[in-house]
Design a protein. Structure first.
Lengths: 353, 266
């Protein structure tokens, strides 16, 4: 199965509710045909509103435009837009079986019966739900409901697939499994997909590009790598993964701080702070160490151990080390930053908090 | 000790039940005895039932007609109203629901008087059975609205509708294929309540009726007042036969809905 798909453009789309509460600042966004775009942010950041604007469940404030493949659909209600949507609660119809749910969009479009039957079977197979088609909705597990919701959204061959936190209601293990399955499925279909989530791991795994939002604004648009390693500002850096900030004084082409001295990589601009991820630090012997600190906390997480190290700068630094070699609390350790820290150095400027 | 308590409880319960049920049963049995004052020995008969039927079958059919027409109107007004209420803000919905319950709180006689004061002058309307229908609609509408609002709010109808809309369904398609089937139990429960209330309504109807528009309960009062006790009792029996199936239906639906609640909550 391959779907015909379109480019989507949001132009100057803002959303203000009745009482003057603005949930979305004017926003421009282009989603390429066939792309999977993830809207990522904490709750209340405007990501769901953006999705609902694209769906046609909300209207943008005056002046906003929504285009599907160049065609202006701003005035069209959702039923005319030919979108497929999966809701966080799945919104499956409890008065119909799983199979009837999947076929609903086709029946509404008056597709001949045998064609509906054929297509429903195809989708049940695609989502590995062939054995559960005739069950009533309450008899399905969470994961099965999710699959039926996806199959139902895909059945009428939507031009765009809109997913509103589709995995949030599931437990962690199932979520990971379905995430992988969905990734394969969506890539295979090649449909333009907009995926809303507050889970950064989901965003990283699924997105061609990630749009990081907060407080009704786009903070950054970029590939998962860009967003992770080159966050545009402190809000993005802190929302995605963990980010350390080591403050010190710039002298003789190095950053000097309470814990020692970090020589700058070639060509690095002077800075009085560096930002780095917990995994960009190595545990080394005293002789090779750039920095010395004391372990204040050590949390064993299985594949790694997260250390909180004090004495390096004004704030504690979080460091990830491999599980077996973890030092104990109170131990004095030597650390060395990877040179990439300087390459990927974030220009956070005055935006830094 | 505990055992003794259980026995006492059982005795009290049985005694209470008998206290309430025996008079009703006696009354119905009276309708089947040849002479109530002589008791069982006088023998059983269907004579009184036949007499009631002869005298009051018009009232019975009128009651049924009024109940059905009332139900039809209440469905047409109440279901859309409940649907709209459940979609509006909760505070507004609660206020309107509160206002809707007023006719239940106000004595039937008062509502009836209000109707008479305003519409009593339109003679053709005043003497028609439709006048009683209007009273019954006012009285029963809140029961339908509340039953349907409750079932609307118990599930995420709005999200279901958005789902249907995303699949290409327009408003009416959504309403017929998704909304109505999912609020059916509420409508059914409301409908049975409306029928039961309409058939049994006395206060309001007694004020609104004319000699030509006597309903079942009004006829009952009439029979008690002016006939021998066996006739009145036979009348009670007929009344029971009509109303009990409705009550049982209401109970069944109520139970089925209660049983389904955990699912919808999950």
């Amino acid at each position: 199965m391959k779907l015909e798909t379109v480019e989507i453009q949001l132009e100057n789309c803002a959303k203000t509710y009745d009482k003057g509460v603005r949930v979305l600042e004017p926003l421009d966004l282009t989603i390429a045909a066939g792309e999977t775009l993830v809207l990522l942010g904490p709750s209340g950041c405007g990501k769901t509103t953006t999705l609902r604007l694209i769906a046609g469940l909300e209207q943008p404030d005056a002046g906003g435009r929504v285009r599907f493949g160049g065609q202006d659909v701003t005035a069209q209600p959702i039923e005319a837009r030919q979108v497929g949507m999966v809701f966080q609660s799945y919104a499956l119809f409890p008065n119909m079986t799983a199979r009837e749910n999947v076929g609903y969009g086709l029946r509404i479009r008056k597709v001949p019966k045998d064609l509906v039957e054929q297509r429903v079977n195809e989708l049940l197979e695609l989502t590995r739900m062939g054995a559960h088609g005739d069950k009533p909705i309450p008899a399905l597990s969470g994961g099965q409901k999710q699959r039926i919701a996806l199959a139902r959204a895909l059945a009428p061959q939507p031009r765009v697939l809109l997913l509103d936190e589709p995995l949030t209601a599931l437990d962690a293990q199932l979520r990971e499994l379905l995430r992988a399955e969905m990734n394969t499925l969506l890539r295979g279909l090649g449909v333009t997909t907009i995926y809303v989530t507050h889970d950064q791991a989901e965003a990283m795994a699924l997105g061609d590009r990630i749009v990081v939002m907060s407080a009704g604004r786009i903070e950054q648009i970029g590939s998962p790598r860009e967003v992770y390693y080159q966050p545009a500002n402190a809000r993005v850096a802190e929302f995605i993964g963990t980010m350390n900030r080591l403050e010190g004084v710039w002298r003789d082409h190095a950053l000097h701080c309470a814990g020692g001295r970090v020589p700058a990589h070639e060509g690095a601009a002077p800075a009085d702070a560096i930002w780095f991820r917990p995994e960009d630090v190595e545990l080394v012997g005293a002789a090779d160490a750039q920095l010395h600190g004391v372990v204040a906390q050590a949390s064993f997480l299985g594949e790694r151990t997260r250390l909180v190290v004090q004495g390096l700068g004004p704030s504690a630094i979080r460091v990830d080390v491999s599980g077996r070699a973890a030092p104990a609390v109170g131990e004095r350790i030597g650390l060395r930053l990877r040179p990439e820290v300087w390459q990927h150095r974030i220009s956070l400027g005055s935006d830094a908090s | 000790m505990r055992r003794a308590l259980t026995i006492v409880q059982a005795i009290v319960t049985v005694a209470m039940s008998l206290f309430l049920i025996v008079p009703t049963l006696m009354s119905m049995v009276a309708g089947l005895t040849d002479n109530y004052f002589r008791g069982w020995r006088s023998g059983l008969t269907l004579r009184w039932l036949a007499q009631v039927w002869e005298l009051y079958s018009d009232a019975i059919f009128l009651s049924l007609r009024i109940a059905l027409v009332t139900l039809l109107i209440v469905l047409l007004i109440g279901v859309p109203a409940a649907y709209a209420l459940s979609r509006s803000g909760r505070r507004l919905a609660r206020t309107i629901e509160g206002l809707l319950v007023l006719p239940v709180a106000v004595p039937g006689l008062a509502s009836a008087l209000a109707l008479l004061v305003v519409y009593g002058g339109f003679t053709a309307f005043r003497v028609s059975w439709l006048f009683i229908v209007v009273g019954h609609v006012i009285f029963t509408l809140p029961f339908m609205v509340r039953a349907v609002v409750a079932v609307c709010l118990s599930q995420n109808l709005r999200q279901l509708e958005e789902g249907a809309a995303s699949l290409g369904a327009g408003f009416w398609q959504r309403f017929v294929t998704v909304v109505l089937p999912n609020i059916r139990s509420g409508i059914l429960a409301g409908a049975l309540t409306v029928l039961t209330l309409s058939i049994g309504e006395f206060n309001l109807t007694w004020m609104l009726h004319t000699p030509m528009t006597k309903t079942l309960p009004v006829g009952l009062a009439d029979a008690y007042a002016s006939m021998r006790i066996e006739v009145g009792s036979a009348y009670t029996l007929i009344f029971f036969i009509m109303i009990v199936p409705l009550l049982v239906g209401m109970q069944t639906i109520g139970r089925r809905r209660a049983g389904r609640q955990p699912e919808t909550a999950a």
